[in-house]
Design a binder for this molecule. Structure first.
Ligand SMILES: NC(=O)c1ccc[n+]([C@@H]2O[C@H](COP(=O)([O-])OP(=O)(O)OC[C@H]3O[C@@H](n4cnc5c(N)ncnc54)[C@H](OP(=O)(O)O)[C@@H]3O)[C@@H](O)[C@H]2O)c1
Length: 277
């Protein structure tokens, strides 16, 4: 799996990571069997074996423990474990307590990337960042990230840090949701900040896209012998070396399919045309 420098950090992180938010309602609504805990853990382990070292969770996903169990037996320093603090816990002491609970559930001594899940206008960002820096100085967190922040909010968070920097912003980004391209992606490219792309398959829609987009994706899938999901993920990692999609991994077959979305490229023209479909 291709590794990329994760923004301003010094880390080599897999171009594709693994999401671990399992929206049971969503899966049930799609009429599929709900994957069990063992299947999910096996999926994460398969992904790691295939070189996907970026694993994303959050305190509110209730999957930190699952991630902790799945990564047992792998070299910790080969992995890039990312989790998030929820927006109602952004006061200084609440952040510190939330991080300790996450570490406990993950069974880890440190979190590679600790992200603010959503901004909270009721808490000064400087207060949250002070707690984040304390966690870094104590060795409990290696890098600080944010999620669902616009460019101005990323800038404010970054300016509130004295010794560290914001290394990433996690936002929704896919062939279906292009919002980050207007301002956020150019801002991150100027500042060398990684963009972690969530819902990169538009919550499953891009695994079987319909209409004109479906036709375009289908043609390329046929040409390269890939699935529509692989074409959609390949398009995304081709957008910028700073984009790290995190499709959710629910079983080993998904990890294999996602891993094979990297290591090849659409031509520039194909990527351009696909983006216009
Ligand atoms: N920061 C935030 O606020 C935020 C918000 C949402 C999500 N996230 C993160 O982003 C990750 C990914 O987002 P997501 O899980 O919502 O969406 P996603 O990865 O875009 O899509 C997941 C859906 O796609 C289906 N799928 C994936 N590959 C498929 C394939 N090849 N064929 C058929 N169906 C396929 C999955 O089904 P199966 O269940 O069968 O695999 C699931 O229903 C999450 O796990 C989480 O870590 C972050």
């Amino acid at each position: 799996m291709e590794k990329r420098k994760f923004g301003r950090s010094n880390e080599a992180v897999s171009a594709l990571g693994m999401g671990t938010y399992y929206d049971v309602m969503d899966t049930a609504a799609l009429g599929k069997a709900v994957p069990g805990r063992a299947e999910k853990a096996e999926g994460i382990r398969k992904g790691i074996e295939l070189g996907m070292n970026l694993i994303d969770t959050a305190e509110v996903y209730m999957t930190e423990q699952l991630v902790g169990e799945a990564i047992k037996g792998f070299r910790r320093d080969d992995l890039f474990v990312a989790t998030k603090v929820w927006s109602s816990r952004l006061r200084h002491d609440d952040v510190l307590k939330a991080a300790l609970r996450s570490l406990d559930r993950l069974g880890c001594e440190y979190i590679d990337l600790y992200q603010v899940h959503w901004p909270n206008p009721g808490v000064p960002v400087g207060e949250t960042m002070r707690a984040m820096e304390r966690l870094v100085s104590e060795g409990k967190v290696r890098y600080i990230g944010v999620s669902n922040f616009g460019p101005k909010q990323v800038q404010e968070a970054d300016e509130a840090l004295s010794k560290s920097e914001i290394v990433s912003d996690q936002v929704e980004y896919s062939l279906r949701c292009r919002d980050p391209e207007a301002e956020l992606l150019p801002y991150c490219e100027r500042g060398n900040i990684a963009v972690v792309a969530y819902c990169p398959l538009a919550r499953g829609e891009l695994a079987r896209p319909a209409g004109r987009l479906g036709e375009c994706v289908g043609k390329l899938a046929g040409k390269y012998g890939k699935t529509p999901a692989q074409v959609s993920l390949n398009w995304l990692i081709g957008r910028s070396g700073l984009v790290f999609p995190i499709p959710r991994v629910s079983r080993p077959e998904r990890a294999v399919e996602n891993a094979e979305a990297a290591g090849w490229s659409l031509t520039q023209d194909e990527a351009l045309l696909l983006g216009r479909c």
